[in-house]
Design a protein around this ligand. Structure first.
Ligand SMILES: Cc1cc2nc3c(=O)[nH]c(=O)nc-3n(C[C@H](O)[C@H](O)[C@H](O)COP(=O)(O)OP(=O)(O)OC[C@H]3O[C@@H](n4cnc5c(N)ncnc54)[C@H](O)[C@@H]3O)c2cc1C
Length: 380
């Protein structure tokens, strides 16, 4: 498998890296304080075409390959995970369902405005009682003439409060069966509201999570995505597409942590020498570099197999599992290498340490990834 970057990919990565390093990162302390990105940052993301990377050209996007999208997320991972999370919620789990399963009319209605960032997208699967066991969602959708009435609560939905279109998974069948369906919900639909629960997260500042409440929420039949009752397969497809993006963000974060750690190890002197001269510090650096390389190739492999239409859930789960656990190690080592300074608010390594923690939880916990991988081994 050849992973050489094309000239177009190199150019793309350079331009996103410049934007992230020189426009987004300098604002992160302020963004964390306000828990919101400046409108200017969102406007610049739109100018760069970042909102449209997963949307086909015929609907106004750039229709990039999975690998190119992963490379963009890798560059986005160099700053706060609120930023790369905002990008991933929109271009990944928020958009994948509509692109993969939508009919032409649905795509024409929403995708052009999603490609410009005018409509931001979110994906709502998780509920207070349905997390890892996502097939047990309790939100119901009952057909009533030419509409469905949705009832239930979703929580921890990234970007839910700012979304213009939300892909919602709800139950259309019996309580114990995986008879789910997927709906495209606009926040203006009667019966929809943002819930009162305020979730203060450890990290990922700037891209808060919300509670979404559906009370006889009226969703037109034409907003059902795919056939009724086939929502479980749709949710699996959406999550499967999203996992390499999480992995790509982690690889980019590891690369940034390595840069920060090498610089610090060269400059910081103790016992009359640079701390990089001590073998204990070298071991941490070597482990960060080696595991990041391994995470990169697993991630690129999953993306490339997606482009070739032959990716399996095992590939995407292995990439997500390994890259997220590598980031946990890299963030921990980066703090350790900087000693007390690494523990101070405002230091990027402290922020990465907090941000890293979520990646082993959302879009399927590490335990769920291991279970997917092991089941695929036992089945074959
Ligand atoms: C910041 C943030 C953003 C999020 N964004 C979104 C979003 O945009 N959309 C969305 O739908 N959801 C989102 N989520 C929800 C997220 O996907 C869930 O939190 C996650 O899937 C875990 O579910 P849970 O929190 O209910 O934990 P639980 O499922 O209750 O798990 C608790 C623990 O039990 C373990 N466990 C559970 N089942 C098993 C099993 N079978 N085998 C082994 N171990 C198991 C888990 O691995 C975990 O360690 C977000 C969450 C957070 C915190």
């Amino acid at each position: 498998m050849n992973f050489d970057y094309t000239a177009e990919q190199t150019e793309l990565m350079d331009s996103v890296k410049r934007f992230v390093d020189f426009r987004v990162e300098p604002q992160m302390v302020d963004t964390e304080r306000r828990n919101a990105f400046a409108q200017e940052t969102l406007d610049e993301m739109a100018e760069l075409g970042l909102f449209g990377i997963s949307i086909p050209e015929e609907y106004g996007g750039s229709g990039l390959s999975h690998l190119s999208r992963v490379l963009i997320h890798q560059m986005a991972g160099r700053t706060g995970f609120g930023f790369s999370g905002l990008l991933a919620s929109h271009t990944g789990i928020g958009t994948e369902g509509l692109v993969a399963l939508g009919n032409d009319e649905q795509k024409r209605r929403y995708l052009p405005r999603m490609a410009t960032g005018e409509l931001r997208a979110a994906f709502a699967l998780t509920e207070p009682e349905a997390g890892s066991d996502a097939g047990s969602v309790k939100t119901t959708a009952r057909r009533d003439g030419d509409r469905y009435l949705l009832n239930g609560v979703k929580h921890f939905i990234s970007g839910g409060a700012h979304a213009g279109l939300i892909t919602v998974v709800a139950r259309t069948g019996a309580p114990n069966a995986k008879e789910l369906s997927v709906f495209l919900v606009e926040p203006s639909f009667p019966g929809f509201r943002i819930g009162p629960s305020k979730f203060e997260t450890m990290g990922c500042k700037g891209h808060p999570v919300s509670e979404l409440i559906f009370e006889d929420c009226e969703v037109p039949v034409e907003n059902r995505l795919g056939p009724e009752g086939e929502g479980w397969a749709a949710a699996v497809t959406i999550l499967n597409e999203g996992r390499p993006l999480v992995a790509g963000r982690c690889v980019g974060a590891c690369e940034r942590l390595i840069e920060l750690s090498v610089d610090y190890a060269r400059e910081r002197r103790q016992f009359g020498r640079a701390i990089g001269d001590f073998q204990a510090v070298q071991i941490m650096l070597a482990d960060m570099q080696t595991r990041t390389e391994a995470a990169r190739w697993l991630t690129y492999k999953a993306a490339k197999l997606s482009d070739e239409g032959r990716v399996t859930r095992r590939d995407t789960s292995m990439a997500k599992l390994f890259a997220t656990e590598t980031l946990a190690m890299a963030a921990d080592h980066a703090v350790q290498i900087q000693g007390g300074s690494g523990y101070m608010n405002g230091n990027p390594v402290e922020r990465f340490y907090r941000d890293a923690r979520i990646t082993r939880i959302y879009e399927g916990t590490s335990e769920i990834q291991r279970s997917i991988i092991a089941r695929s081994m036992l089945e074959h």
